[in-house]
Design a protein around this ligand. Structure first.
Ligand code: NAD
Length: 354
């Protein structure tokens, strides 16, 4: 099994280095996995004038999964849009048709203090947001700014979903729920938007093949409120690209720690790109301060969803739980005044726990 490691910019190389050490340890223990590195984002631009160099795309195409760090940084902010680091990521998503974005939000008991919500509201939270990633108003045509018939300028975008796009994300939601608590909440705005009324109809049809899973529907405004009122009512939440963008960021903050949250973006054949949800954190880059756990937990998702190595995935997750239990904290998850460790030392602790 081959993994393309695209570390990217800022803290990307530091945090992926720790995830790579974890994979190397598993390989030394018999897991048949090899890794190859290639530049992406600003690093890709520096290497060959393109945020997604041809050789990087080729490597990714030959791999079973991509482990991605993060891209971006002030150095690249003035480049033309096509050369900007985030284009590297957007083009990878498009090229591999990574239509499903999985974002678990888990509250570890040891870190319940890190959330802005009361521990009694969030402790034990284990929620998965499944966001459609390749369609909706972000990609619908036509779009633009024009001068209308009254001579006034107006901006417009098109919200659009085809039946097959809704079907495949709904199927994945039900399949995923079967491995969890068998509950799916589909989020839409069916009272106002035709597209999402259609979304609700198709999700309900697909549910016909998954009667063992409970399906509920919720309007997005209510879902935003319920996420902070009582987030533990949810198991799998499935939604479109725009609503998912907003709700998954809201959900990530229930856990209070951006440095802890992994993600997966999958296509129909299980190939995926795995990355922490945070960015390249230029403010702390190169200082051994970044929390590598989100990337290490992304590696666990990679092992589970693309390499089908459930036992190895669980070992990695158990190791992360263990180091938290032992009291290891990077600065972002530490209680004020408590001792902290650096990126590499956190990696050492995970390896020891593994
Ligand atoms: P960010 O996520 O990089 O940082 C936000 C804050 O969280 C910063 O204070 C940072 O220090 C902290 N932080 C983030 N990750 C951390 C970690 N692992 N450990 C400890 N602290 C951490 O978001 P931003 O500052 O808005 O963006 C910085 C750059 O990252 C921009 O160029 C942006 O475009 C890019 N970005 C990239 C991705 C991606 O690669 N998928 C996602 C978001 C932002």
């Amino acid at each position: 099994m081959k993994i393309a490691v695209l570390a990217g910019d800022g803290i990307g190389p530091e945090i992926t280095a720790q995830a790579v050490r974890v994979l190397q340890a598993l390989a030394a223990d018999g897991l048949a996995v090899e890794m190859e590195h290639a530049p992406v984002g600003g690093a890709g631009y520096d290497a060959s004038g393109d945020p997604l160099p041809e050789a990087t795309l080729k490597l990714a195409g030959q791999a079973d999964a991509i482990l991605f760090g993060s891209v971006g940084g002030p150095k690249y902010d003035t480049l033309p849009r096509a050369k900007r680091p985030e284009q590297g990521l957007l083009r990878l998503r498009k090229h591999f048709d990574l239509f499903a974005n999985l974002r678990p939000a888990i509250v570890y008991p040891e870190l319940a203090h890190a959330s802005t919500l009361k521990p009694e509201v969030i402790s034990g939270l284990d929620l998965l947001i499944l966001r459609e990633l390749t369609s909706d108003i972000y990609f619908g045509q036509p779009r633009g700014v024009r001068t209308n018939e009254n001579g006034e300028r107006e901006g417009f975008d098109t919200m659009r979903y085809t039946e097959s796009e809704i079907r495949r994300i709904a199927q994945l939601a039900f399949e995923t729920a079967r491995k969890r608590q068998r509950r799916v909440c589909s989020v839409d705005k069916a009272n106002v938007l035709e597209t999402t009324q259609f979304w609700r109809e198709v999700v309900t049809e697909v549910h016909g093949q998954y009667r063992d899973v409970e399906l509920t529907h919720m309007y997005v405004d209510n879902a935003a409120m319920q996420l902070v009122r009582d987030p533990r009512q949810f198991d799998v939440m499935v939604t479109g690209n725009m609503f998912g963008d907003i709700l998954s960021d809201e959900a990530s903050m229930l856990t209070g720690s951006i440095g802890m949250l992994p993600s997966a973006s999958l296509n129909a054949r299980g190939f995926g790109l795995y990355e922490p949800i945070h960015g390249s954190a230029p403010d702390i880059a190169g200082r051994n301060l970044a929390n590598p756990l989100a990337t290490i937990l992304s590696t666990a998702m990679l092992l589970r969803h693309s390499l089908h190595q459930e036992a190895a995935a669980r070992r990695v997750e158990a190791a992360v739980r263990k180091v938290l239990g032992q009291g290891f904290r990077t600065a972002d998850i530490a209680e004020t005044g408590k001792r902290t460790v650096g990126t590499r030392e956190m990696g050492d602790a995970v390896l020891a726990a593994l």
